[in-house]
Design a protein around this ligand. Structure first.
Ligand SMILES: Nc1ncnc2c1ncn2[C@@H]1O[C@H](COP(=O)(O)OP(=O)(O)O)[C@@H](O)[C@H]1O
Ligand SMILES: CC(=O)N[C@@H](CCC(=O)OP(=O)(O)O)C(=O)O
Length: 265
């Protein structure tokens, strides 16, 4: 795939806070020849809809325990409301967007995770229909992908963590870069009693920080997906705060922003 193609993972933590200028920046980059592919989350919206329905949210190691009932809500919220909200915002900026979930065109094929008895219908990605993504971008549309996977038999749906899904799409489409947009300015570490954003982290530092508990919760699947990506073709993964003005352009221009996870020399 094109050298200029990049995956943007938009976290549910920050979607509502993303200013319209974020989407204007995306349109500008596309006009300049970059090719954005979006994979989005929506964890908080799923949890609040479940709460309205009187269903408790349970997480096992950061993954939502997904019963058949929960899976219906996950698909409804991610592939429905959240996906269309992002499509609308991109269209409002003047760019073309096409929303789909991993079920459509068998975009994200998945199999049950190993600890399925604990977490239920949560999936790991087995294949990505990269040709479909290439087709959509060649027509000038920005693909907006909800992280629902489809099993090999074509009938079973799976709930996939959005960071994991974004990492798999980035690796398998063979993009240059993945930008993880979230609600913190990057991977943070307390040094001499002061919380600082790390400009870059190595795979070894990531392992140590998970071990020590300095990286926890929702940051764990992000750094794990980043590590997986950079072991393939992806050159760098950058974790940034989506509310920083022109954050996408800044990352692409190589400005010192957020936390970069790059291949070690
Ligand atoms: N070392 C760390 N640096 C920054 N954030 C961290 C770190 N460890 C854990 N976190 C948590 O990870 C959260 C981001 O993950 P998450 O809430 O799942 O976001 P998203 O919805 O964008 O995927 C941050 O808000 C923060 O609470
Ligand atoms: C298996 C699993 O945990 N899936 C996630 C999918 C959404 C997601 O990952 O959203 P964020 O990016 O906002 O965290 C969930 O059900 O919440």
């Amino acid at each position: 795939m094109s050298y200029h193609c990049f995956v943007i993972k938009c976290g549910g933590s920050t979607l509502a806070a993303l200013p319209s200028s974020f989407f204007d920046d995306m349109r500008k980059l596309q006009q300049e020849g970059a090719i954005p592919v979006i994979v989005h989350g929506g964890g908080p919206a799923i949890s609040s809809t479940l709460e309205q329905l009187g269903i408790e949210s349970v997480f096992v190691n950061g993954l939502r325990k997904t019963s058949e009932e929960v899976l219906d809500v996950v698909e409804m919220v991610l592939a429905g409301r959240i996906n269309k909200e992002i499509v609308r915002k991109i269209q409002e900026s003047g760019a073309k967007a096409l929303g789909l979930s991993g079920v459509d065109g068998q975009l994200i094929q998945a199999k049950p995770v190993d600890n399925t008895e604990e977490v239920g219908w949560v999936g790991d990605v087995t294949a990505v229909n990269a040709e479909l993504i290439q087709g959509i971008v060649s027509m000038g549309y920005i693909p907006v992908i909800a992280p629902i996977g489809i099993g090999e038999d074509g009938s079973q749906r799976f709930n996939i963590n959005a960071d994991t899904a974004a990492g798999a799409v980035a690796s398998r489409v063979g993009v240059e870069r993945m930008i993880v947009v979230t609600d913190v300015p990057g991977v943070m570490k307390t040094v001499d009693g002061e919380k600082k954003v790390l400009p870059s982290v190595t795979v070894q530092e990531i392992d140590q920080m998970i071990e020590s508990g300095e990286i926890y919760g929702g940051m764990i699947p992000k750094v794990r997906a980043a590590v997986q990506c950079i072991q393939g073709q992806v050159r760098e993964v950058v974790i940034v705060d989506g509310t920083v003005p022109e954050v996408l352009s800044k990352v692409i221009q190589g400005e010192a922003i957020g936390t970069r996870i790059v291949k070690e020399a």
